[in-house]
Design a binder for this molecule. Structure first.
Ligand SMILES: [Zn+2]
Length: 411
């Protein structure tokens, strides 16, 4: 379909969606089987089963309990209606379906610097849920012919490859790989079409999410921080197209992050009579066990400027420097720009001086010291690696590298 026709339909949808519901949903709502919402719940239940069976569902009970706890603080009194799944996907995204099934992606958790920031996102999603925005979008969609439904699903799928952090063919391919590998196409098309909210609904969700944040005792300023961080991250991208388009960092493009929205939230925070807590340390403790895996996932996006930006922000508190400096080294090692070998070496060195560095730092340090002409230091690094990782699968490779250095094949 031609773009102009689609735009016209889209605008009509937004207008129609604006006034369908005036009352928030009741707690414990279950749609009657006779209504059209029952079909929407069936679809949501299917998507929920897909999420639970997905390879990237993070089933760590402690992380799940933590996110559920934060959800309950901002979603009251709907806590028992909502089920949150953390999905290990290196893109900043969150969604909440009308049946109460909700996803928070690890890319969003990696980018949050405090519990209050996560709480704002969950409050924003809760607002979409409470105000029945998905049902409004569904009803508006039903008013169109079935052929429109098919077209919008097609557009949604095409949109996944074309949007987000996919400014080059390489990056587009990595997003495509990600979606092909971990997300069923139908499921993706469903959630993408379901969560394309109107600007009016987004503004309402920001405002109501902010109210939920403050009522739960969190710092009002955290709402804008989330957007500001994402805007800054877009500016740090390796890719001109990402830098110029602003921080449309999520692949469904459901939450176009604009300076205007950040400014509105800053204004609300300035007028808020209450102060509140950020919950920074609590948040960091909750994500610490997953930090290394999530940084490793983030590197698959191959936007090294953004990964370094994330690492800088996480390192600012002085916590987890072993893990963070190791992945800073990994970022430079993969980027391979002029001077990156030296930067990688410095980062691995910094990591090796901490107590929480992954053991792999000694192997990478050894390799980098070989490349930069420091064989004696490399030997020490390899020996340290073998001593600290006696059962490593790549032990034989490191032993071979070490033999090359010592020139003593019999040892
Ligand atoms: Zn939203």
């Amino acid at each position: 379909m031609r773009a102009r026709t689609f735009l016209a339909v889209l605008l009509a949808t937004s207008v129609a969606a604006g006034s369908a519901f005036s009352e928030p949903r009741t707690v414990g709502l279950k749609p009657s089987l006779a209504t059209d919402e029952a079909g929407l719940w069936d679809e949501s239940a299917k998507a929920e089963r897909g999420a639970r069976q997905s390879a990237d569902f993070n089933s760590d009970p402690e992380l799940t309990a933590y996110v559920r706890g934060v959800t309950c603080k901002v979603a009251t009194p709907y806590c028992d209606d909502i089920r949150v799944y953390v999905m290990d996907r290196p893109v900043s995204n969150a969604l909440m379906a009308p049946n109460g099934y909700s996803e928070v992606w690890s890319g969003l958790m990696l980018r949050s610097t405090s519990e209050a920031e996560l709480a704002f996102v969950l409050g924003h999603e809760t607002a979409h849920f409470v105000e029945n925005h998905s049902i409004e979008a569904w009803r508006a969609q039903k008013k169109r012919a079935n052929v429109m439904l098919a077209v919008s699903a097609g557009i949604a799928i095409a949109g996944v490859a074309a949007t987000a952090n996919a400014p080059t063919i390489d990056a587009a391919r990595s997003i495509q790989d990600l979606t092909n590998a971990v997300i069923d196409g139908v499921y993706l098309a469903y959630v993408a079409s379901l969560f394309a909210f109107s600007r009016g609904n987004e503004a309402e969700a920001d405002r109501l999410g902010f109210e939920r944040l403050v009522a739960a005792g969190y710092a009002p300023g955290a709402a804008a921080t989330m957007w500001r961080n994402q805007i800054a991250e877009a500016a740090a991208s390796d890719f001109p197209r990402v830098r110029s388009r602003g921080a449309r960092a999520n692949i469904f493009n459901t939450h176009p992050i604009e300076l205007e929205r950040a400014a509105v939230l800053e204004d609300l925070a300035a007028k808020a009579a209450k102060t509140g807590e950020l919950g920074r340390e609590r948040y960091r403790a909750a994500i610490r066990p997953h930090l290394a895996d999530w940084l490793k996932d983030d590197l698959t996006r191959r936007d090294f400027g953004q990964t370094l930006h994330i690492i800088d922000r996480l390192a600012a508190t002085g916590d987890d420097l072993g893990v963070l400096e190791f992945y800073r080294g990994e970022t430079y090692r993969r980027r391979r720009k002029d001077g990156d070998q030296e930067k990688a070496l410095a980062a691995y060195m910094a990591a090796s001086r901490t107590s929480d560095a992954p053991v792999a730092v000694w192997r990478e340090l050894g390799d980098m010291q070989v490349k930069t002409g420091a064989p004696d230091a490399a030997r020490v690094a390899y020996e340290t690696y073998l001593a600290n990782a006696p059962d490593a699968q790549d032990r034989w490779i490191v032993e071979a590298s070490l033999k090359k250095l010592t020139g003593n094949p019999g040892s």
